[in-house]
Write a protein that binds this ligand. Structure first.
Ligand code: AMP
Ligand code: ZN
Length: 664
């Protein structure tokens, strides 16, 4: 088989497996086999850029950076929907319709998926572009990001029209949302509030590789176009399924408004059995001919109606307010409630966020409070039922000392939260910091878990993460549930962490606001911990993308003698506190301050290598040419529009050799 056919075969196979997995929910090969095939395809595509295809399954991993999302006018306006909240509203709607059309009316009932609406345009079976709803007339082009969503086909199957638009909702299923939040909490980041906002926020991320990491899905509900050969909404949904789209099977065709009411009642009760959130039901006149007769008002179709579920609310008693101390010392007040059934789960606790929130609600122990699960997964308290307040009730006094170590709390200027400043002595802070140090994205210490860390601290065996390196097998064995083998694994895991590269060590130190990305930036810029320790505020804020808040936090961290002592201990145990010599040898700042766009096919180095060369030498790579671009590196087959744009902006165009000469 020649290379081209090999590539085509792999692409076809991967598309089919993707479809089996995400749409049919019925994979026929293991994840591992899938990854191997994908890897094989990526290798071939890398070696043969002449067969590049922007809709290849390999493009799903993302990697395109979009700085500005282009505005695109929709071919078909994206209307809003009229809302109804009661049986009466729906009956009124039926009456209005019956006056405007002749004959019987059938309805398609669908769920109202709670996410961000999206218009996808397909041409010759290929995804051409994806545009957000925007104001309904025009939206933002987010194609690169949307391509990473596996339920969106990049290449259609079957008998599709030459060109059409299809609309759907980008959603984040609840399980995926909860998993993302677990990771954020583990990283001491503020959890996302609800799946809907997280889904719509994801579409506007600049780095599509980040979008690819989020478990987004797209549920489709409407096709638009000329000469589509479809006569009803319900058949349209079937067609979309045939072409490879994910169209939930809950959609139902009914003959009377009574059946519509039954559908509404059923889903109002069973909505929590779905893997994603819905906020209502959408009812559409089924016949497209009748739809045309009914037409639109200024803002919505007359032939469709949304039925919105009531936000679910219950009232229950506030038994106690407790306070949690996080790894950074931040205090979070928690409402402990009399357990109550709400939206399919039993709610016992709700976050009260901070002191201001408590004051605003004037919430007191013993109060009857209203708890609501709006879009959010974590329920919130929206009000107090003052009529039920007991006479002996006393206003809540926010704590002024740490519930764990009794140190007086502080509230930094401009922050909503209180903090326990006992950085080195407050148990949840000490334990939390070590737990962060060993976590997967930090030092990834195998054989050591969060609970064992707590045990080690409570037993007085370690007081900070540098103490880990002095632990002995004999000390660990007597601990709960520790067999000799696991004790050895633990010690080996700690040993192995000495090879973890500097940028991750920097993240592991747990400096507030220094997350993974910031740690990478700082490691790259300063190269050694000594250089970073000696940096002033002014030095720090001069580093690209480092703001004052981060800079101050770094200064604070290294201003603490105890931290310096711990870092010195890490050094004495051989932990990596600078970029390795090998990595350093390949890095310069020759290209500092210059931004590059790479286009075309290259001979001596691959595109990926070329981009890495730019970054390793201090340059920036961006995907589109603008007045800020310093150079375009052009290989063979550079796109003509890019060339014109570069010429118009007077941006120097380098050949591959010309670029390599820059580095000499
Ligand atoms: P609203 O934002 O309240 O005006 O409701 C209109 C939005 O509901 C549309 O823009 C869609 O994004 C969304 N929607 C969710 N599910 C459906 C569905 N099955 N049919 C039509 N629109 C839907
Ligand atoms: Zn404390």
């Amino acid at each position: 088989m020649d290379v081209k056919s090999k590539i085509e075969t792999l692409r076809d196979e991967l598309r089919q497996h993707n479809y089996n997995y995400y749409i049919l929910d019925n994979p026929t090969i293991s994840d591992y086999e899938f990854d191997m095939k994908l890897k094989a395809l990526q290798d071939l595509e890398e070696k043969h850029p002449e067969f590049f295809d922007s809709n290849s399954p390999s493009q799903r991993v993302g990697g395109t950076i979009t700085k500005n999302f282009e505005t695109i006018v929709h071919d078909f306006r994206m209307y809003s929907l009229d809302n109804s909240y009661s049986k009466e509203d729906l009956l009124d709607w039926e009456t209005r319709i019956k006056k405007l059309v002749d004959g019987d009316v059938q309805y398609t009932c669908e769920l109202k998926y709670d996410g961000a609406s999206m218009n996808l345009t397909y041409e010759n079976g290929q995804l051409l572009r994806a545009v957000t709803r925007g104001d309904g007339v025009q939206g933002d082009e987010v194609t690169a990001n949307v391509k990473t969503i596996p339920t969106i086909p990049l290449q259609l199957k079957g008998d599709y029209p030459d060109r059409f638009d299809i609309r759907g909702e980008i959603i984040l299923p609840i399980a995926g949302f909860l998993k993302m939040n677990q990771e954020r909490i583990a990283n001491d980041e503020e959890p996302y509030r609800n799946p809907r906002n997280t889904a719509s926020g994801s579409l506007k991320l600049q780095d599509s590789a980040e979008v690819a990491k989020r478990p987004l899905e797209c549920l489709l509900y409407s096709i638009k176009g000329n000469n589509l050969n479809v006569s009803t909404q319900f058949k349209g949904l079937d067609k979309a399924r045939e072409w490879g789209f994910k169209v939930p099977k809950e959609a139902k065709l009914v003959n009377t408004i009574d059946e519509v009411l039954n559908y509404v009642a059923y889903w109002e009760e069973h909505r929590h059995e779905l893997p994603y959130e819905i906020d209502g039901v959408v009812i559409k006149v089924n016949s497209l001919y009748q739809q045309e007769e009914l037409g639109f008002t200024a803002k919505a179709p007359r032939w469709a109606m949304a039925y919105k579920f009531k936000a679910e609310q219950v009232s229950t008693r506030l038994n106690e307010i407790t306070y949690q101390v996080g790894r950074t010392g931040a205090i979070t007040p928690v409402a402990n409630l009399e357990p109550v059934q709400l939206a399919g789960t039993i709610v016992k606790r709700a976050s009260l966020h901070n002191a201001d929130q408590i004051e605003k609600l004037d919430i007191r122990v013993g109060d009857e409070v209203y708890v609501e699960k709006g879009g959010e997964i974590i329920p919130k308290i929206i009000a107090v039922d003052l009529s039920k307040r007991p006479n002996e009730s006393v206003a809540t006094k926010y704590i002024d000392v740490c519930p764990e170590c009794e140190t007086p709390l502080v509230r930094p200027e401009g922050e909503a939260k209180h903090y326990c400043p006992n950085y080195n002595g407050c148990p949840p802070q000490v334990i939390g910091r070590i737990q962060h140090y060993i976590s997967r994205k930090a030092m990834d210490i195998e054989g050591l878990g969060g609970e064992t860390v707590a045990l080690l601290v409570n037993e007085g065996l370690i007081r900070n993460y540098s103490d880990l390196y002095e632990l002995k097998v004999e000390q660990v064995i007597p601990l709960d549930r520790m067999a000799e083998k696991s004790a050895e694994n633990l010690i080996n895991g700690i040993e192995a962490s000495r090879q973890i590269p500097f940028e991750r060590v920097l993240f592991a130190l747990g400096i507030r606001y220094v997350g993974e990305t910031v740690a990478k930036k700082l490691a790259k810029h300063y190269k050694t911990i000594d250089a970073l320790m000696h940096a002033t505020i002014l030095d720090l804020v001069a580093v690209d993308e480092i703001g004052e808040r981060i800079a101050e936090s770094v200064i604070d961290f290294f201003g603490d003698l105890e931290n310096i002592r711990i870092v010195e201990r890490l050094r004495s145990f051989g932990v990596q506190l600078e970029i390795s010599a090998e990595k350093l040898a390949n890095q310069t700042d020759k290209l500092q301050g210059n931004s590059f766009v790479v286009s075309g096919v290259f001979e001596t180095v691959s595109r990926t290598e070329l981009k890495k060369l730019i970054e390793d030498n201090g340059g920036k790579v961006s995907s589109s040419i603008s007045s800020k671009t310093s150079f375009v590196v052009a290989g063979d087959k550079m796109g003509p529009s890019k060339r014109t744009k570069a010429e118009n902006l007077n941006i120097p165009i380098l050949t591959e050799q010309g670029f390599l000469d820059l580095l000499k």
